[in-house]
Design a protein. Structure first.
Length: 290
């Protein structure tokens, strides 16, 4: 029995291999790393950058809260609309299609303004009218408390941040609906037929067979939309919500330091979006290997 011995590569070969691996990396990544390093140095060394960074830092929490809440809302609503878009019921299909076509045709900033100042106001007025109507005949019944609460609803109880979340969620739900529809329709019809033949109901087959396979396929576009909604959350500055962009506007107006302010804004948004992109790619690899 002969044993094979391996010799360690000389230091010169290891250094050459390291340089080869470095040069194989995308050049844009080095540019981003360089920008991040310069910004970290300026934040630590320059008082103007440091003060601007800590002034904008609370906006990161607001931005993430708005974006993640709106994304969760969009995923749930988009899934329901996507299922409706695959329905054979013509009424359900056409209602879902109408929603997708209309919402996708409206600029996001217009949708935010409309939902914040028109849509939510009309919904609140409708709830108040329902409450007042209910009180005319529900006096003394167990429903009186419910209708009295509805009659006292005020638009002031709905913060601008909540309206921004609703608007972004409604807007992105139309895009998520098409992502879910494409994913569901990409699964072969034989999968549904096999599940039904085993005695499953339509919803059991969709939940246990179709959707798990579809989600694997649509994970990349869902991840891209998460990054996109982080960026589009900057549009809520038109509602004076104190996100990163709004705080940057206030900082620039108070100090007239545009360079420092918007360099830090770029740094914060890039940090969030690139971190989320890396997380999405990690999840994709894990699901691919599972």
């Amino acid at each position: 029995m002969t044993a094979t011995s391996t010799t360690a590569a000389p230091p010169e070969a290891r250094r050459a291999s390291l340089w080869q691996r470095l040069w194989q990396q995308p050049l844009w990544a080095y540019a981003v790393i360089l920008f991040g390093g310069v910004m970290l140095y300026l934040i630590l060394a320059d008082p103007n950058y440091r003060d601007t960074f800590f002034f904008l830092l609370p906006g990161v929490q607001v931005t993430l809260r708005i974006a993640l809440s709106a994304y969760a809302f969009a995923i749930v609503l988009g899934l329901l609309i996507g299922l409706a878009r695959t329905s054979r019921n013509p009424v359900v299909y056409n209602l879902a299609t109408f929603y997708v076509q209309v919402v996708r045709g409206i600029p996001m900033i217009v949708l935010i303004l409309y939902v914040a100042f028109v849509g939510t106001t009309e919904v609140v007025n409708a709830l108040k009218a329902l409450g007042n109507w209910g009180l005319t005949w529900a006096g003394g019944s167990f429903l009186e408390g419910l209708f009295r609460g509805l009659s006292q609803v005020s638009i002031r109880q709905l913060s601008l941040e909540t309206r921004a979340i609703i608007a972004l969620g409604l807007g992105y739900a139309a895009f998520e609906a098409e992502v879910f529809r494409a994913g569901i329709e990409s699964i072969g019809k034989g999968q549904m037929e096999a599940a039904l033949s085993l005695g499953m109901s339509y919803w059991q087959a969709m939940r246990l067979v179709i959707l798990p396979q579809a989600i694997r396929r649509i994970l990349p576009p869902l991840g891209n939309d998460l990054v996109a909604i982080i960026k589009d959350s900057a549009l809520v500055t038109v509602l004076a919500v104190r996100d990163i962009t709004q705080l940057a506007r206030l900082r620039k107006a108070a100090t007239f330091r545009s360079l420092e302010t918007y360099n830090v804004v770029l740094f914060l948004y890039l940090s969030m979006t690139l971190s989320l992109s890396a997380l999405v790619r990690y999840i994709e690899r894990k699901w691919r290997l599972a």
